[in-house]
Design a protein around this ligand. Structure first.
Ligand SMILES: Nc1nc2c(ncn2[C@@H]2O[C@H](COP(=O)(O)OP(=O)(O)OP(=O)(O)O)[C@@H](O)[C@H]2O)c(=O)[nH]1
Ligand SMILES: [Mg+2]
Length: 351
């Protein structure tokens, strides 16, 4: 039985049950969020006041790097510490329901009989742009539910994955030993988002060399950063202040299959968390995420309004017909569509 077949209860009941700690309600809320079911916006809106306590960790890396294996071990370690855990495995490459099936299958054999590790897969379902929004909404559900740690797992490759993983406070990037490809990928932008680099499969050949390469890249990157900070602020004193608030990414080695090094990883993640809190970066990050979220919502909503207005005027195609026929032009039409909205804003300013 899928969530869609479940007897319908009101959204208010659903929120109440979620806040009371019912995993079933949590699962249904996330399904509504993922599918953008009617009413999901109100649901997410109601969750907000209950959020803000979970520590959100993103785990990314190339296919088969051992992310799922490591995340399971990470979750088990948190459980041993008495913490509750939620895991969202995001599969941006799977537009259908494949992601959900895959995630569930992997997890069948793992430690997750323990319901305090709630594991959930989410897939793109053909709306790639919305995936990071849906992910951050799902994080809110887990946060409001009271999960102490929320882990977001996603394959690291393109911009969508980077966007997904940016919804986390702390990002761990998995790298396989001896994988030139991975190092290339890091150069292509993942380096900037990694707070902790994990050389997993440290039982395999080449791990030491990969650790070395990563350390060199981090050093180089820090050097570039210091120089640009000094150049930007002009004064060495200020550059020092900037560096103090700058996190130097850590490199840890793990063997996810037997749990070796997982304690080191937990330590590095905790250290980064402390850095975020003490430097004020955590608050800054939260603020800029909310600003971006608000801006995205406003822009999307305005876009919907305009799309409705265009439909009202016979649709974009009909308007293009007129442009092609030289009866009007794009600028004039844009003014006509947006004009009434601009008038409203101007009227308000005069009040
Ligand atoms: N030797 C060795 N194998 C590992 C280690 N960690 C994971 N593996 C194996 O690597 C394979 C892939 O592991 P997963 O955890 O599924 O990797 P993933 O990154 O989640 O893969 P995708 O979700 O498909 O991108 C499995 O066969 C694991 O058993 C490790 O530390 N050492
Ligand atoms: Mg996986």
């Amino acid at each position: 039985m899928t969530d869609a077949d479940a007897p319908s209860s009101t959204d208010e009941d659903l929120i109440e049950d979620l806040l009371a700690g019912e995993h079933r309600a949590l699962a249904r809320v996330i399904t509504k969020i993922e599918n953008r079911r009617p009413g999901y916006r109100d649901l997410v809106a109601q969750l907000h006041e209950h959020t803000g306590d979970a520590e959100v960790i993103g785990v990314t890396g190339s296919p088969g790097a051992g992310k799922s294996t490591l995340v399971d071990k990470l979750a088990a370690t948190y459980r041993e510490q008495g913490l509750t855990v939620g895991v969202i495995a995001v599969d941006p490459s799977s537009p259908f329901t494949g992601g959900a099936v895959l995630g569930d299958r992997i997890r069948m054999a793992s430690n997750v009989g323990d319901m305090d590790v709630f594991v959930r897969s989410m897939s793109a379902r053909g709306q790639l742009g919305g995936l990071s929004t849906a992910t951050s909404d799902a994080i809110k559900a887990l946060d409001a539910f009271g999960k102490d740690r929320v882990v977001i797992e996603t394959v690291g490759a393109g911009q969508n994955e980077v966007d997904v993983v940016r919804t986390a406070d702390t990002v761990a990037v998995l790298v396989q030993p001896g994988s030139g490809d991975d190092i290339q990928m890091l150069k292509a932008g993942i380096l900037e988002i990694g707070d902790v680099f994990v050389v997993n499969k440290a039982d395999m050949e080449g791990a030491d060399r990969t650790v070395q390469q990563l350390r060199e890249m981090i050093q180089q990157n820090q050097g570039d950063y210091d120089r640009s900070a000094a150049g930007h602020h002009g004064e060495a004193v200020e550059a020092d202040a900037v560096r103090e608030r700058q996190w130097e990414p850590r490199v840890v080695e793990t063997v996810a299959t037997d749990g070796e090094g997982v304690d080191d990883l937990v330590g590095a993640l905790d250290d980064h968390r402390s850095f975020l809190v003490e430097s004020g970066r955590l608050e800054e990050k939260a603020r800029s995420r909310y600003a971006e979220e608000l801006w995205t919502l406003v822009r999307d909503d305005l876009g919907d309004l305009v799309a409705a207005e265009l439909d009202e005027r016979g649709g974009l195609d009909a308007m293009v017909d007129d442009i092609v026929a030289r009866e009007t032009d794009p600028y004039t039409l844009a003014d006509e569509v947006v004009g009434p909205i601009a008038d409203c804003v101007e009227d308000r300013e005069r009040e």
